[in-house]
Design a protein around this ligand. Structure first.
Ligand code: MN
Length: 202
């Protein structure tokens, strides 16, 4: 039942020079791990609140749960969205859906890149499958859980928190986004897309 930190699908140095081993290790072993621990701690606190019939802290606990679980979800997607053999553009059915929803892969990169670069404060740029309309959408996510329409499934997540790039790219978040396109794993995105398309909300 509890949340666990997934292992990295590659060696921490595998994404260099685009993403440094030092960031990958710190980011995974400390930052992602903290969201996993936070999610588990909050689940325990909610259980204790139920046991004690004391929901006085429910507002804070539910917010903390959303923050930590969403952080765990997005980082879990993020690691697999990158590969030492990444880059290029989507193909197959994902390419067709990208074209239908955005016009072209370049337009997707432009919109998602801009959404990631311009997040105010901490957040993410996310490509998601929106199952009601049956289309791909870009989300500009605040923290890990804000500014998101319910029901959309994240397929591709670019971390725009300073901890994700500052050691290597300093204040130039746009350079981190440019580097991300060199290591993006479109095969992983395509697998997530195929699974998400089966979801029916209505
Ligand atoms: Mn992060």
């Amino acid at each position: 039942m509890s949340y666990t930190l997934p292992e990295l699908p590659y060696d921490p140095a595998a994404l260099e020079p685009h993403y440094s081993a030092a960031i990958v290790e710190l980011h995974h072993d400390k930052h992602h791990a903290a969201y996993v621990a936070g999610a588990n701690a909050t689940v325990d606190k909610l259980a204790a609140a139920r046991d004690g019939d004391d929901f006085g802290s429910i507002v804070g606990l539910e917010k903390t749960l959303a923050f930590n679980v969403s952080g765990h979800v997005l980082h879990s997607v993020f690691w697999k969205n990158m590969s030492p053999d990444g880059g290029g553009s989507p193909d197959g059915e994902l390419a067709a859906a990208v074209e239908e929803s955005f016009g072209s892969a370049d337009k997707l990169r432009a919109q998602l890149g801009q959404a990631t670069t311009t997040v105010q404060g901490s957040g993410w740029g996310v490509l998601a499958w929106e199952p009601l309309a049956g289309r791909l959408v870009v989300e500009q996510v605040y923290d890990h859980q804000g500014n998101v329409g319910n029901g959309a499934v994240p397929l591709l997540a670019i971390d725009a928190w300073e901890h994700a790039y500052y050691l290597q790219y300093k204040n130039v978040r746009a350079d981190w986004v440019k580097a991300f396109w060199q290591i993006v794993n479109w095969d992983d995105v395509a697998q997530r897309f195929a699974a998400a398309r089966m979801l029916r909300l209505a």
